[in-house]
Structure formats: C-alpha cells, structure tokens
Design a binder for this molecule. Structure first.
Ligand SMILES: Cc1ncc(COP(=O)(O)O)c(C=O)c1O
Length: 396
C-alpha cells in the first residue's frame, strides 16, 4: 500500500506511542484526582504537556481546552461563542470552503435565527485560488458580527489563508476570530499570539498523534472570549469541557507537535519537492491533466497537497482500479447521493471536473520511490480502464 492520504489522517509516530503508553498502564491515575500521588503525577504530566503544546504553537497553557478532535473544537468555538448567554451580537461570518464541522454548526445557528454570511473565495484561475479576499471580509463585517471563522489551510486544495490580516479585520469591529488550523498544525509554523487568533482548533491525528484527541486554544492577551461549554459535568478544564481529561492522548498530542515542529523546516522543503515531482510526472502520464486549487507556491498552498483532475476518467473509478494506492477524490462516494466536493465547486470547478479530481496528501514518510510508483499505478489503472470500459460520460 502506498499511502498518500495524509490530509485524512497520519500514522501515530512510534515516539508518540511510546510517550503515551505509561499514562495508560503504570501511571494510569486520573489527572483530576488530587488526593493521591497517582493522580498528582498524571496531573503534573498533563500540565507539562499543555506547556509544551502551548510553547510550540505560540499560545498559553492555561488557554488550552483538550477535546476529542477538531470537530468538537470547531463546534465548541462556534456554538460556544454564539450561544453564550451574554452574547448580544447575532451575526457570524465564515467561508464557502470550510470543513463541515464548521459549516454544520453555523447552519444550525442560522436555523435558530442568527444572521450568517458565507464568503466566496478566489476562483480557479485567479492568483491564490481559495483565498478569502480581505476586502471581501471587510465589506461583510459589521458591528453585529460576533465571530469570523476562517480555516488556516484547506484540507482539499491546501490553500493557505492570510490569517493575520483576516483576524485584524475581525478585530476592527470587536468581533472574535476563530481558525480551524487542523491541516496547518505541524505543516507550517503557527504562532497563535503573533497572528492574534482568539480561537484555534487542532486535531492530533493530523500531525502524527493519536486519534480522538484535539484542542481548542481560547483567548489571547486581554481580549475576552466567553464560551458556553458543549459538555457539562465535573467542571473539568475550567468548566469549559466536562469529562476526565484524556491524559495519554494529551501527552501524545504534545509529543507529536514537538516532533513536527522540530522536523518542520527540513520536511517542508523535502515534501514540496516530492509534491512538485508528483505533479510533473502526472502531467506526463495524463496529458491535459488539470491542477485544482492555487499554484504550487509556498505562500499559497501547503507543500503536502496536490489536487488534480485527469481529463477522461472519474476519480472514484481510477482509485478503484488502483487499490494499492491510498488517495482520495472530490466526490463523497460513501453517501447514497455522491455529491461533488463543495470545496471544488466553491472555487468554480464544474461538477464534471470535481468528479474527476484526485487529492494527494504527502507525509513525512513519503519517498521519491513511492511517488514514482504511485504515478505508474495510476497510469496502469487508466490504461486498464480504457481497454475495458467506454470513455467516461463526464469527459468534456
Ligand atoms: C480542516 C479540517 N477540519 C476539521 C476536521 C475534523 O477533524 P476530526 O475528524 O479529527 O475531528 C478535519 C478532518 O478531516 C479537517 O480536515
């Protein structure tokens, strides 16, 4: 199996797993049990993990809320801010290319009578495709805007947003700024304080940590963030997230961010050159293949990401004919009614081009040999399909 689907998930690093094991076995104490040393030891280790996570993201340990992943963090940020009993503002802004864990709670708010603005992004063919234009945000925001939620890096086309500038615009009217940094963490340098981000979501399994744990960083400096908790219980985590802290998960997540940030400068250059090589090889193997999303420039696109549409075959069909290759496509085929990706249609791609799309997500274990083999597998799969089936009805 050649695994090029690192936007979906990454393997937990062996060092991460090793760091977690004691906190599930020998040192299994509940970090909220202060009455004995087993609990106090776990609490101390969790405090250290929070310090490490904060140091590597430019945040503060006492601003971190540990969650079950970015889905929960995004829900907590959005519903938590908008549904707080002292929230007077009724307007929320997001972008059309956000993850469903941002869009769905916002739709729920709209159903409850909140005013929602979904901003368009730069279209395919424009420089920086997928970017929310700061001027577009400036025109949409007003003194009723409570929250602006724009992701740092897109999970399908890798677009990097001008986060600092967008946050600054939110602050001009006293709105809070939330970013879903799930795909950015561990892949680009993140400094929550320097970028003035009021709320930032992350998920450990996207940066070589365990599944089922993530975080929300809440508040920077003096700007006040009031959150209504989603989960209530024993008052853990300053009352913002009830439930026993996932101590082993948190410790693994902190170790994972440490490894990623240590490796980052070396890995991002190496991965960018592998990704560029993948694109070159695909252009030779699939004449006329189209690049979806922004140009392959580091200021616009994650080094790990490539999204392309061959001219004459659907993504799902090609993937099925290359079962040894783990990539993904822009159509959610698991649903009864497979819809083309909302991200690809939001950047102006036709349904046909979106259905032909293939998404590659490279990772720190990816080798040049794998890139070469992946393209060979895809080219063989296409030849096989051309021999055995009629041309795709979606061919332009
Ligand atoms: C941009 C983005 N946000 C949020 C999520 C949700 O993360 P999780 O499934 O770990 O909760 C994902 C996962 O694919 C993602 O790519």
């Amino acid at each position: 199996m050649i695994y090029l689907d690192h936007h979906a998930t990454t393997p937990a690093d062996p060092e991460v797993v090793a760091a977690m094991i004691p906190w599930m076995t020998t040192d299994f104490g509940n970090p909220h049990s202060h009455t004995h040393s087993a609990g106090r030891r776990a609490a101390q280790a969790c405090d250290e993990a929070l310090e490490l996570l904060a140091a590597r993201t430019g945040g503060r340990a006492d601003s971190l809320v540990v969650t079950s992943g970015a889905t929960e963090s995004n829900n907590l940020a959005i519903l938590g801010v908008m549904l707080h009993p002292r929230q007077r503002r009724r307007h929320i802004i997001t972008a059309s290319t956000e993850h469903p864990s941002v869009l769905e709670p916002i739709t729920q708010l709209e159903d409850q009578g909140f005013r929602v603005t979904v901003l368009p992004v730069r279209q395919q063919g424009e420089p920086g495709c997928g970017i929310v234009d700061p001027e577009v945000l400036r025109a949409a925001i007003d003194d009723q805007t409570a929250l602006v939620s724009i992701m740092w890096a897109n999970n399908e086309i890798g677009t990097l947003q001008p986060i600092r500038e967008l946050a600054e615009i939110a602050h001009t009217v006293g709105a809070l700024f939330h970013t879903d940094a799930t795909q950015a963490l561990g892949r680009i340098p993140i400094d929550i304080t320097a970028a003035e981000i009021d709320l930032l979501s992350g998920s450990a399994h996207k940066f070589y940590g365990p599944k089922g744990v993530g975080f929300l960083h809440v508040g920077i400096g003096t700007r006040r963030v009031r959150l209504r908790p989603l989960l209530q219980g024993g008052g853990q985590q300053r009352g913002l997230r009830g439930g026993t802290l996932n101590s082993a998960g948190l410790i693994g997540m902190a170790e994972a961010i440490r490894l990623c940030t240590d490796e980052l400068p070396r890995q991002s250059q190496r991965i960018a050159s592998l990704r560029d090589d993948l694109w070159r090889r695909l252009q030779i193997a699939f004449p006329g293949i189209e690049l979806n999303g922004p140009d392959l420039r580091p200021e616009w696109r994650l080094a790990e990401n490539l999204n392309v549409s061959p001219l004459d075959v659907e993504g799902e069909t090609l993937m099925a004919a290359a079962p040894e290759l783990a990539i993904s496509s822009g159509a959610a085929c698991s649903s009864v009614d497979p819809k083309p990706s909302h991200v690809l249609t939001a950047i102006g791609l036709s349904e046909s081009r979106a259905r032909r799309s293939l998404r590659f997500g490279l990772g720190r274990g990816t080798t040049s040999r794998e890139i070469e083999t992946a393209v060979t597998m895809l080219a063989a799969a296409r030849r096989h399909l051309m021999r055995t089936t009629r041309p795709s009805s979606h061919a332009p």
